[in-house]
Design a protein around this ligand. Sequence first.
Ligand code: HPA
Length: 280
Amino acid sequence: MVAHPGQDPVEPFAHAVEAAAALRTATGIDQYDVAVVLGSGWAAAAEGLGSVVADLDLSELPGFPTPRVAGHRNLARSVQAGETMVLVLGGRVHLYEEYTPAEVVHGVRTAAAAGCRGVILTNAAGGINPALSVGAPVLIADQLNLTGRSPMSGPEPPAGRPGRFCDMTDAYGPRLRALARELDPGLTEGVYAGMFGGAYETPAEVRMLAGLGADVVGMSTVLEAIAARHLGLEVLGLSLVTNMAAGVTDAPLAHEEVLAVAAGAGPALVELIGGVLRRW
Ligand code: HPA
């Protein structure tokens, strides 16, 4: 296939199949059930989800760049959580690092090619809704893709794949949201605004996002959710509020603070994700 300008030279769906084959060879695991993508500061969730069956460097798999943003790990971990075989992707890459949408969603497409029926997308986010608390997880109920990018751009998906206009109603599956709320009845739901990122928002941008209906804001997740729904995966999204967004409080924003808050919240998050995985 001829690459469009700005697109990966390798056809992205075939690349994911290749990565899944390399994963099978490296781990000896034929079939995964659910993937967990760990966002900034969710590293603790790589521990304690179940028994570790295999570990490898994510960057050993075709098409996976080494995650470079602090708080992300170069780790592909296979974990048995009850009956569920889980692929934990310890880090992700972002649009603001100048990766293409296809590269950003390569993990999700690889998970689908490895047999996953669902994906848990986690991230660190700024709290826009003043009722939210720093250090608390938010269940993503819906999203605003404000990145100006889409994994469904570029050439039409190849034969044998669903077409590009995938339904995004109930993108974050009601069944999984209900399950998460059952496990943690105090869990708040909210709308996640995904920005291109690279800098935190200005207070004016945060006011705009509030007006658009966003409760939390971050720099990831939205393209992965689209790619997952395109391939029919159920999606659960969890944001950890690591700071109140710019202008919501007077506190200045710093990535170190984001990571410190995330580290403190670790154990509760592990319990929540572990519970969802075991009852998937
Ligand atoms: N804005 C965008 N992304 C973020 C934030 C924020 O305030 N906090 C953590 N990730």
